[in-house]
Write a protein that binds this ligand. Structure first.
Ligand code: AMP
Ligand code: MG
Length: 312
């Protein structure tokens, strides 16, 4: 049994002690709950991959609490530095060349000479990184391929007994993973749509953001087609539920079920998406999802829904 404890001075110290011993601690972030360990400790990182059942070719995001910590790990171009200053702390992950002073273990980077970095905005996550004093790698705190956790209880459902401690910071504010952009090549490339709207990022980049294509040779190793997946079959762009289907609505609807946002608010929909999928999954074998517009946060929501619906 893994304990769920509220974030306070004492529990932060306890969590940092587990981390120093090579343990695993689940922590809230503004995107989803993360499963954190000492990024510099290869044994801890291996334990983390095993706890999640995550394939080793899928590199982890290292979380930092300051620019000083970030610049020790990665090489920032002037543009990358400008973007970090604008969007950090926040739901943006930057893929950058590894610095010669970097401490993040090879295994966490899946052997790449690049590193994914993020400075989370959640005060609990920040406090944990600061208390520990070094970067923490933290993929989502769920079984690999399953629905991402947005509450401490979700973490327990997936990883009870496999992690040393779960820090409870309440439901996640954004509810969807970070946007990932690569600054490794000549132009910035979007690797994953996420909680920072692509258009906002592109505007800050003066319209130079490219979207990952198979031809550009930049790999995003973790972008598997089936991910965020419930056990239930998911049918997208449904006009109405069929008999036996759980109904996930968006906006006004005559059918009973759950609603991502009755007012059609994409921010609210992102925040409720994963919890709603978990709830419907517990009661239904099939889930029908209403169409969600593809603008703004809808891009990231539809990306997650498409992967939830994909069957290999
Ligand atoms: P997750 O922690 O599950 O949200 O996934 C992190 C994502 O970051 C993975 O899907 C990877 O595709 C991506 N990522 C991490 N490190 C790198 C890297 N060095 N280059 C490209 N993508 C990366
Ligand atoms: Mg994940």
């Amino acid at each position: 049994m893994t304990a769920i404890v509220p974030i306070q001075q004492g529990t932060l110290q306890l969590a940092a002690m587990h981390l120093r011993g090579g343990g695993l601690v689940a922590m809230p972030t503004e995107t989803v709950y993360g499963l954190a360990c000492n990024a510099a400790n290869p044994d801890a990182v291996v334990r983390l991959y095993e706890a999640k059942g995550r394939p080793r070719f899928n590199p982890l995001i290292a979380h930092v609490a300051s620019m000083e910590m970030a610049e020790q790990e990665a090489v920032f171009s002037p543009l990358a530095r400008e973007i970090a200053a604008k969007f950090w702390p926040g739901p943006l992950t930057m893929v950058l060349p590894v610095a010669s002073t970097g401490t993040v273990s090879d295994i966490a980077r899946a052997g790449l000479d690049t590193i994914a970095l993020r400075m989370p905005a959640h005060p609990g996550a920040r406090a944990l990184i600061e208390t520990f004093g070094k970067p923490l790698v933290a993929p989502s705190a769920n079984r690999s391929g399953h629905i991402s956790p947005t509450t401490a209880q979700h973490v327990k459902e997936d990883l009870d007994g496999k992690v040393d401690l779960i820090l409870d910071g309440g439901p996640c504010e954004r509810g969807i993973e970070s946007t990932i952009v690569s600054f490794v090549g000549e132009h910035p490339v979007l690797l994953r749509a996420g909680a920072l709207e692509t258009s906002v990022l592109n505007d800050a980049l003066g319209g130079t953001l490219a979207v990952r294509g198979d031809e550009d040779g930049i790999s995003a190793p973790g972008q598997l087609k089936s991910h965020y997946a419930p056990n239930a079959r998911v049918r997208l762009d449904a006009e109405a539920p069929e008999p036996g289907e759980g109904w996930l609505a968006f906006g006004e609807t005559p059918w009973p079920g759950l609603n991502l946002s009755e007012t059609g608010d994409l921010r609210e929909a992102a925040k409720t998406l994963f919890a709603a999928l978990r709830t419907l999954d517990a009661s239904h074998d099939r889930i029908a999802v209403a169409p969600v517009p593809n603008d703004g946060l809808g891009e990231a929501i539809n990306d997650r829904l498409a992967r939830a619906a994909h069957r290999d």
